[in-house]
Design a protein around this ligand. Sequence first.
Ligand code: 5AD
Ligand code: SF4
Length: 461
Amino acid sequence: MDRTKFVSERELEYQRECTERVRAMNAGMTAFVDTYGCQQNEADSERMRGMLREMGYTIVDDDKADVVVINSCAVREHAEQRVLGNIGHMVHYKKINPEQKIILAGCMAGEETVRQTVKKSYRQVDALLDTTSFWRLPETLLRLYEQGGRLIEHAEPDSRIAEGLPVVRTVPHKAYVSIMYGCDNFCSYCIVPYVRGRERSRDPKDVVREVRELAADGCHDIMLLGQNVNSYSGGGVDFPELLSRCAEVEGDFTLRFMTSHPKDCSHALIDAIAAHPKVERHIHLPVQSGSDEILRRMNRRYTVEQYCELVDYAREKIPGVIFTSDIIVGFPSESDEDFEGTVELVKRVRYDSIFTFIYSKRAGTPAAEMDDPITHEQKVKRFRRLMALQDEITLEDRRPLIGSTVRVHIDGESRSGELNLTARTQEGRLVSLKGDSGLIGTYADVKVTDITTFSLIGELK
Ligand code: 5AD
Ligand code: SF4
């Protein structure tokens, strides 16, 4: 059953009114949106930049701007500390520019503990704007300008979808398309369901229309986004069907998606990837642990065997497909034996790369209440062992590519070194190469001359 509710046209109209009123008083002010965390936040930031631009701000990359929106991540404590540290520094900028408005947006803004901390100890923050209500940015700024004071009261997550927000894309040929918001999985370590609210899916017609417009606009890299895209359910359409409809849109582009939960990743999805050459030959399939007992305690609702069955099926149906994963080490009470299970799984799947995290306790989640007798040193040791193992696998599996020719899309400039361009293969692997910056946004054939754990090194043919 479709439970999705949309923000009404009347409410969106009110935001447009607020936009006009801020614009009328805006005499050349600047705005900066600083993004932490995942692609979902990147996508939200692009919309916030769009709204700020409509309010007359010049978008800059500078935390001394007249408006600073910090789009934060709450997934691990370390990320939160970084955000709070940066907000701490901003107290000086505000002394120089007392009219500066600082808004803490993103996942941290939805946490009650953060709200309390900000209220008491970070008085430079003018407003909190959680991920479910960032479409109220115009109203928030107008209230700050007209009424003064701070807007940091508690707000319940707003489980609705706001369509039609403006967008400023960071890279013209690359776009994120959110297909759903929120998460209902409640993995026991994860704070996301508490801060991003209940799962809700966009209408498939809106998604396909957006993909069509992007493709017509010459966008080459389109990523469908959701916390768990496999539980997409909009207007009676499931994710394999939505992916197929998007892949059938005319145009020269690669379709990617993020993130797949293994419990909902079906053979139908794998068949849909296999059937559509526009879909990237890559599945990011976070396994989190290679121990059935830990998976049970994580509330992941699949077993190692079920996971491996999916991987095997995909490898049979999609020649050359690569897998990447997220893995948490040191989940409460993870024994040596549990950890060996993860090592075995990594050896069995042979991922192209993995993101490894040391478990971070998040207040309010069930795992935060579990006994955790393992020392931090033990966790760090496991973390390092897993990283070293994956590096070995990555290098071994990429070595045969040396000397071959791969088709890539040239994405952009790299920040350092002689290899000034970055590109991506059809499997989404990063390629570093030397070439004219005029090639950005085009496809090219590249000879692989070397490999690293991070990227392939290539030469234009
Ligand atoms: N501690 C460590 N890692 C976590 N992740 C989510 N919550 C936590 C946590 N409390 C990781 C998971 C997820 C990725 C985005 O972040 O691996 O897939
Ligand atoms: Fe967090 Fe699990 Fe939802 Fe991913 S699927 S956002 S890990 S609760």
